[in-house]
Each structure stands twice: as C-alpha cells, then as structure tokens.
Ligand binder design. Structure first.
Ligand code: GUN
Length: 292
C-alpha cells in the first residue's frame, strides 16, 4: 500500500508556479492577482481562505481578501462581483462556499465573469468541461486527476466509482474521468444517497472517489484488494485533546481500508492541498489569458 502524498505533490506544483512567477518578474511583468470573497464566519471556510491567501504569498501572487458579514444582501454581493469583473488588475477571483441560505449560490456563480472564474464553477466553464472544450476546470476534481497522473495511476478503461454527486466534486470529477483524454477514458459510476447495492458497486471499482462529508463512510468491506481510494472528505470533529479543539476526518475508515489498497490518500494531506495548488494554477492560467 502506498500513501498518495498530496502535500508533497502540491508543494511540487507550487514550486513550478513560483518559478513561472519569478520568470515573469524578470521580464518586468506584474504578478498574478487573486481575490477571494468570504461571507460570514464559518470556521472551515475561514481556514480554507487563510490557506489560499498563504499559498498565494508562497508562489508570489498578490491576493486580496474581501470579507462580508453573514447579513450581506445578495445585491451587495453581486455588486462586489461586478467590481471585480471590471477590474483589469484582478486576474481571477472566487466566492468561498457555502453561502448563507438567503443568498442564491447559482446566481452568484453566474454573475462571475467566467474568464475570471478560477474555481471553474461558472455554468460556462462546467458546460465547456462537459463538451471537452478548453476551459477552467474546478480545482478539487483537477487536483484528484493530477494526483492520479503524478502517481502513474492509469484511468483508461478502469472502473471508477464516485460516491457523491455535488456540483463541486462528484459531478465534475466524473465528467473529467469520462472524457476522451489521456487522464480520462474511464468507465464511471456515480453513486449517491439513493443508490442501491452500493457495497457491490464499490467492490467492482478499480478506483473509488468518495466525497460525501460523512466521516468513515467508506468501510473495508466496500473495497476490493488492490483498489485505489481517493478521500475528498474534510469534516471537523470536536476533540478536546487538540489545541484548536477539533480534528479533521475524511470519508474513509482509513485504518481498516488502507491495508487493502494499492494507493490511498490520507486526510489531512491528500486531496485538500491539491485543491489550493490547482486554484493557483487556474489563476496563473487566467493571468496569461488576461495578458494576451
Ligand atoms: N468550499 C469548499 N470547497 C470549495 C472550493 O473549492 N471553492 C469554493 N469557492 N468554495 C469551496
């Protein structure tokens, strides 16, 4: 069994990006610039946003955080998005999800200029991704494919079972894996809360990607010997023994599943750091398009 070290790979990618940024500086060009909008004080979101800003600094990007209180109106948020759309100095920006229930997430995503949508969540980018056209791909799914690629894990002709059908992970990762592309060509089954015979379906998988947000959802009897397991879950669990009062759990019963796997991602240190690395890569891409 081999651990897929997302932290190591994400650091490699960050170094590659930092090198490009320093090459830009030598040519007298400005660095890429990312803005992040966050609403309210969701602890998880605040941590992710802080990590995204820190990563920008590490690679030499300029980053701007725009924070709103929980009671911001949808209109105020849409106006802020318009300002960022029109600012040529901003190459890309994201709105951290989830948003409070009084704000329509779809309306917010659609308001973003899709050229600046470095999260790859705008309907135009999602639609282009489905058609296999060049576009900005969402960060977590691209991070998963990048991990499989850098570990030499073949997807062509393999049976990939995706558990979870979210717009952020399940649907887009399944889409990438069915594309006629060297990182795709897989046979994909998408499972969700109404799926029957989940265990049998998982047992026929060469690769299982689980993104449901339920700690220890994937258990050992659902995984065949030699399978590859990718854990996208990040759930905070109260833990008084930890300095910050919580620990982070994935969707996989890691201790019992790992011995059966050929490869497995840990939590933390698996998919999570890759999401940030891919966000940086998308921002660099948007910058290059913006400079044309
Ligand atoms: N919330 C959890 N993951 C993500 C992500 O990748 N992008 C945004 N915008 N919000 C998230």
């Amino acid at each position: 069994m081999q651990i897929i070290d997302g932290k190591y790979i994400s650091n490699q990618i960050k170094q590659e990006i930092a090198q490009e940024v320093s090459n830009l500086a030598m040519q007298g060009k400005r660095p890429p610039r990312l803005a992040v909008i966050i609403v309210g004080h969701n602890g998880g979101s605040e941590t992710y946003v802080a990590n995204k800003m820190k990563a920008c600094e590490q690679v030499g990007f300029v980053s701007t955080k725009i924070a709103f209180e929980e009671d911001v109106t949808e209109q105020q948020l849409l106006e802020q998005i318009q300002v960022l759309n029109e600012n040529p100095q901003i190459d890309g920006f994201i709105v951290q999800l989830p948003l409070p229930p009084h704000i329509d997430e779809h309306k917010v995503m659609e308001a973003i200029d899709y050229h600046k949508d470095v999260d790859g969540l705008h309907p135009v980018n999602i639609g282009k991704a489905v058609l296999g056209l060049p576009c900005i791909h969402s960060a977590t799914p691209s991070g998963i494919l990048e991990l499989l690629f850098r570990y030499g894990i073949e997807t062509k002709g393999k049976h990939v079972v995706v558990i979870g059908r979210s717009n952020i992970v399940g649907k887009p990762v399944a889409n990438l894996l069915i594309q006629k592309d060297f990182l795709g060509n897989a046979t994909v089954t998408i499972c969700h809360s109404y799926t029957q015979n989940l265990r049998e379906i998982c047992l026929s998988a060469d690769i299982i990607i689980v993104a449901v947000g339920h700690p220890h959802f994937l258990t050992a009897e659902m995984v065949r010997e030699g399978a590859v397991v990718i854990d996208v879950g990040i759930t905070r669990i109260a833990d008084a023994t930890k300095k910050n009062g919580y620990r982070v759990s994935g969707d996989v019963d890691f201790d019992n599943v790992a011995p059966k796997c050929s490869y497995i991602t840990p939590v933390p240190g698996g998919v999570g750091p890759m999401t940030i690395a891919m966000l940086l890569r998308n921002t660099l891409h948007a910058y290059k398009q913006n400079q044309k």
